[in-house]
Design a protein around this ligand. Structure first.
Ligand code: ZN
Length: 301
């Protein structure tokens, strides 16, 4: 049957002519095989293509997820950094309070978090995918450190509250507010003298403002000096007890008398430029047992 000869005759209408084609049985089988092969190949290709589209879709979805996770990680990292900053600020404030009520004797001008600076480089804005795991691990450690710090801070504050309750009288007479309004034009410590051009120790802070700006007592105390004191110009000194005195120099005028008891927030004078001064400012000095200390340690607001 495969090798039997078959004839196909095609008659064309109206022409009377005809065309004859002859073939053998195996021809039909071969053509059928080719068609089958093509169909099978196409089906395979279609399936492959559908799979490919599917994987492509999944890849896009995965990329989107990774991107979202990236953004979440970055935003979390930023939030953590804010929390860390807040904690440092709280701890700083707390340390100031502790110094003021003599819970800590040590200097507190520089406060570094327990976590240290190396835990803080986790939130770079550029974040390749391969760094995600590293970042997540770092953040995890950082959060652990932060929660330990917060618990420690809580304990410290409870101790502080107890001390504050026991020392309310001392607190009322410990300087704790800005004595005037203005901007700091010179800080405590070594500086170049505006008069001699040489390095000198600045015993207080200079707060510049307009002539006549009110100056207030930063705590309860007794006025121990009013008058002109050399380079200080018109000057007021208040003794707050516990070895703390505050000095207000270069005043335009003073509004208290020697021996007068003042309370926190009470007007003591007006800003001026008397004595060795280059413009209206308040030179504010805090002395502890005769030693000049950084007045910023006694400003909480
Ligand atoms: Zn000064």
């Amino acid at each position: 049957m495969l090798f039997r000869k078959y004839d196909v005759v095609v008659f064309k209408d109206n022409e009377g002519a005809c065309r004859k084609t002859c073939f053998r049985g195996w021809h039909v089988v071969a053509i059928a095989a080719v068609i089958l092969g093509l169909v099978a190949g196409n089906a395979h290709f279609v399936r492959y293509y559908l799979d490919y589209m599917n994987v492509q879709g999944q890849l896009q979805a995965a990329q989107k997820t990774v991107e979202e996770q990236n953004n979440q990680l970055l935003s979390l990292a930023n939030k953590l950094r804010t929390v860390d900053k807040d904690l440092v600020r709280i701890r700083d404030f707390d340390s100031k309070l502790r110094v003021m009520i003599n819970l800590d004797q040590d200097q507190v001008d520089t406060v570094t978090p327990v976590g240290g600076p190396e835990t803080k480089d986790f939130s770079d804005s550029y974040l390749p995918i391969y760094r995600q795991e590293l970042l997540a691990r770092k953040m995890h450690n950082f959060v652990n450190q932060l929660s330990t710090d917060v618990r420690l801070e809580e304990v410290r504050q409870q101790e502080l509250m107890r001390a504050i309750r026991e020392n309310q009288d001392i607190l009322a007479s410990t300087p704790s507010i800005w004595p005037t309004e203005g901007w700091i034009s010179s800080r405590f410590g070594y500086r170049m003298s505006p008069f001699t051009g040489r390095r000198e120790f600045h015993k207080g802070i200079d707060i510049s403002g307009r002539t006549g700006t009110p100056i207030y007592a930063p705590a309860k105390g007794v006025v121990t000096f009013t008058g002109v004191d050399g380079g200080y110009g018109k000057c007021v000194v208040i003794s707050h007890g516990s070895g703390i005195i505050t000095r207000y120099a270069h005043l335009h005028k003073y509004t208290v008398k020697k021996g007068q008891i003042v309370s926190r927030g009470e007007l003591v004078g007006r800003m001026g430029s008397t004595g060795r001064s280059t413009g209206p400012h308040l030179h504010y000095e805090v002395r502890l047992n005769g030693v000049c200390v950084n007045p910023m340690r006694y400003i909480l607001n």
